[in-house]
Ligand binder design. Structure first.
Ligand code: G4P
Length: 294
């Protein structure tokens, strides 16, 4: 599922989204709840140009609930509605539809008051690869998904899925590129598997990941790998210890570090290290103060 983004791809992605944006009243920005900052496209605001949006923090089943709550509050403090969802289980999706409907209604009502004919409001989902766009569309679609056969000679029209009495969802998500410039964001995208493992240095990302876990969630590591003593201070020592605990040994009792790296990353991605959040929102008080200054 991994795409290599070249400038041409970004131009094309942007063009397609800009075209589709003309058809919708509201945008759902899909972020990874574990890394809402790192999984955001850096140009989204510019691309959607004032279109109302709601933020959906997906994969919330894998994120630290206390931190997700803070993110929701953070977005609200910025005047942006946000909701935690789990696209695979369908958690939070009702609330997401409700918020989207409300945002859309305020928009369509304005149009009607200006003399336009009443019509259903329309919404589309935008986000970087792997954030869960297809899962969310499928979940929201339920049995409303249009089942049109791919017949030769039949032009493929835009497919809309009805989500509520006056709300329709575009069946094609907008795929955005991830942050490239920000090294920390890139590492976090790699931890979560949003960036292809083959394209990154697994030794490096496992090292940085374990350093982060030692700092933020040492207990999770201890529990998972049955470590009773204090954790070693460096990620290198910790990886070796995990390898030993997991029996990743090659001849002569040497730890197969590569195998240990795979175990750690797979455990994290599948939620076996518990709910973990790697981005925390900026301090709300801080941002409120800076808003006052503006
Ligand atoms: P995309 O369209 O944005 O590229 O993302 P997609 O829906 O394909 O989802 C990417 C991966 O994330 C999938 O896993 C999907 O199951 C998983 N996913 C999506 N939403 C959630 C969620 O809310 N919680 C959790 N835990 N996982 C989610 P995959 O390993 O690529 O495929 P598979 O495991 O479904 O076979």
């Amino acid at each position: 599922p991994n795409v290599q983004w070249f400038p041409g791809h970004m131009t094309k992605a942007r063009k397609i989204i800009t075209e589709n944006l003309k058809l919708v009243d509201v945008v759902i920005e899909l972020l990874d709840a574990r890394i809402p900052y790192s999984s955001a496209n850096p140009m989204l605001q510019e691309i959607i140009a004032g279109k109302p949006k709601v933020v959906a923090l997906n994969k919330s089943d894998l994120a630290d609930p206390a931190i997700t709550k803070k993110w929701v509050a953070y977005f609200r403090s910025k005047g942006i509605q946000a909701v935690a969802v789990d696209a695979t289980q369908g958690k939070g999706t009702k609330q997401l539809v409700k918020i989207t409907e409300e945002l859309a209604r305020s928009k369509t009502e304005k149009l009607v008051s200006k003399g336009a004919k009443a019509r259903s409001a329309r919404v589309m989902i935008l986000g970087i690869p792997n954030v869960g766009k297809s899962s969310l569309i499928n979940r929201l679609a339920g049995s409303n998904k249009a089942k049109t056969a791919d017949k030769p000679g039949v032009t493929r029209a835009k497919q809309w899925i009805r989500l509520a009495d006056s709300l329709e969802l575009l069946d094609t998500p907008g795929i955005l590129w991830p942050k490239f410039e920000d090294m920390n964001a890139g590492l976090k995208l790699a931890f979560t598997g949003a960036i292809n493992d083959e394209a990154v240095d697994r030794e490096l990302i496992t090292g940085v990941f374990l350093d982060t876990m030692i700092k933020l969630y040492p207990e999770r590591i201890k529990e998972r790998y049955k470590i009773t003593d204090e954790l070693p201070e460096t990620s290198g020592e910790l990886l070796e210890l995990i390898g030993k605990k997991r029996g990743c040994l090659v001849k002569g009792g040497v730890v197969d570090l590569e195998k240990a790296q795979r175990i750690v990353l797979t455990d994290f991605r599948s939620g076996k290290l518990g709910t973990v959040s790697l981005d925390t929102p900026p301090d709300i008080e801080e941002t409120e103060n800076s808003q006052e200054k503006n």
